[in-house]
Design a protein around this ligand. Sequence first.
Ligand code: PEP
Ligand code: MG
Length: 546
Amino acid sequence: MQVATGTSILNGIAIGKIKIYKAPVYKIDDSLVNDPIPELKRFEDARVKAQDQQNVLYEKAVDSAGEDSAAIFQFHADMLDDDDLLDAVKTIIVDQHHTAEYAAKQGFANVAEMFKEMDDPYFQARSADVIDVGNAVIEYLLGIDTTSLQGTEPTILVAEDLAPSETVKLDKSLLLGMITREGSSNSHTAILARSMNLPALIQCKQISDDWDGKFAILDGYNSCVYIDPTQDLIDSLTAKHNEDLRKEALLQELKGKTNTTIDGKTIKVFANIGGPSDVGAVQQNDAEGVGLFRSEFVYLNSPEDPSEETQFLAYKRVLETLAPKLVVIRTCDIGADKTIDYMDLDKEVNPALGYRAIRICLTRKDFFKRQLRALLRASVYGNLGIMFPMIISVREVRECKEILAECKRELENEGQKYSDIIQVGIMIETPAAALCADELASEVDFFSLGTNDLTQYTCAIDRQNAKLEPFADTHHPAVMKEIKMTIDAAHRHGIWAGICGELGADPTLTETFLRMGVDELSVNAKSVLPLRKKIRSIDLSKPAQS
Ligand code: PEP
Ligand code: MG
């Protein structure tokens, strides 16, 4: 048995086989062939297989994400019937005597380049699709089985590191747990793991390729993984795992109950989500609403800048399914660790302090308006709150509200409807916003404290940098003061204040937050019922416990 340690980001136990995850590397032979005919045949076989694969992905995506998100796979499948595209490859095989894989790489890249140079943004965006489809063909030609990246059975996935964009693409039904060599506990990948309720270990420096296929137990309680565990360990940790499942079942009894303390104070407990596919978890865990829909995952999940229509359908689906519950959708918070190729963002020395979130939206007005128009149009299907991230000044909030008003006017002129009861709020996640909370409160309907970034910026601790974890104090008194200041300022101005950062789910702080007067806590869906249990055990009429 081998024991490897790391930093646990979710208490829990995962038992199963290890799967080593590696992004595919294409090794393409550039030597020439004498006879192009067999290469043409290889290309045709791979094309048909890639087309079948896109059709299967389409069916799968319709089930998990809906018709609209799935449409891209249908489009990819259709592209593989396009004579111009196929001729671009076949000519290289026939005229230049290159291998099918070389010709596919070159041919698809040439066509993608042509699209990129077109003036129309629609055709420019097709460039990424051509590359995607080309890669599917190349993978068949090189015998790379992409399903084997994650495997076909549920496993504990082990990787060097996982970007948020890779994590969102993983098949959640095949994930028992996750282990990475890199990563930090407040990164978005860690947040995603928590929201998927996955036991996960980061900073596990001992991971090794020869773990692949081995039986293992990831013990989130003790921040370690046992490879080839002894029978005694299997028995005791299986018992602990079953105990967890029993406790989870007991929590179900709290469904339908209020989040009320023993002395009668009630607050709202909402859930954080990343997209329409998380709505089921909101319902299963009986959250009263959504306090943070990280809309950037709609962008990360898409191979191209999502159109107003694509976004409208995603927001509509969430609002409609959860109506009349409040759903707070945060406008696109891209940048820092959440990068997207099609956004063409420059590499920066200090991305967390850089061109991100509202700064991108306020300077790329068409991009921002596309989202706001989609949100407004979707608002008639439910109870919408719009929230702006990374705010540091009243000027920014006013600009956001002006652009929102402009979108409303446009929709009115087009005869399109939007709800007239949309709440507009901001995230308080910079020290500047916390210190100016009074001024900001008179501009909006609510505040939501983003304690992840608020801690990062207040303590000058990069949340992505695992080396700094020994210096990080998640309960830093400066952050606690800012939270209290923000809640007080909100109440002075008659608006509500919630917490949507990871601290909201920390049961050791629940009583403190209740005593500060917080109105809402928005947490990963799995924490909703444990938090309800915690709230119901607190008596604010008694002296503070912490
Ligand atoms: C936060 O910063 O606390 C927050 C909720 O936003 P994110 O984690 O997505 O940056
Ligand atoms: Mg944030």
